[in-house]
Design a protein. Structure first.
Length: 113
């Protein structure tokens, strides 16, 4: 009896592993480090372009306007950082019955092993 139970558990685990591999190949399941790398890259692009606004918007040689735009950009970056921090604080990982932490983003689960 114990042997058939162990066999059933083995088949169940193997099936789950195959399903996870298939989901990964279909890009329905992605590694959290890939997501983090993408987010870091996107944030870098946004921050770089925001930082270029003062030089692009201020008339050449008008340091007063340029400094004013720099302050506004700094305020916007600070506000964005605060909002992102709050969003991160709300995105608490949930532990499933199988002991796997799942973080829910955009109604899709990202499984963290």
């Amino acid at each position: 009896m114990a042997n058939s139970e162990a066999d059933a558990d083995h088949v169940k685990v193997k099936t789950e592993m195959l399903q996870l591999r298939l989901m990964e190949k279909r890009r329905e399941l992605v590694r959290i480090d890939e997501v983090n790398e993408l987010i870091d890259g996107l944030c870098g692009v946004v921050l770089t372009h925001l930082s270029s606004l003062p030089a692009r918007c201020a008339p050449r040689g008008d340091l007063a306007i340029r400094r004013s735009i720099e302050r506004a950009v700094f305020e916007v970056r600070s506000e964005m950082a605060n909002v992102c921090q709050q969003m991160g604080d709300k995105r608490v990982g949930r532990i499933g019955a199988d002991g796997v932490i799942r973080r829910f983003m955009h109604r899709r689960a990202i499984i963290v092993r």
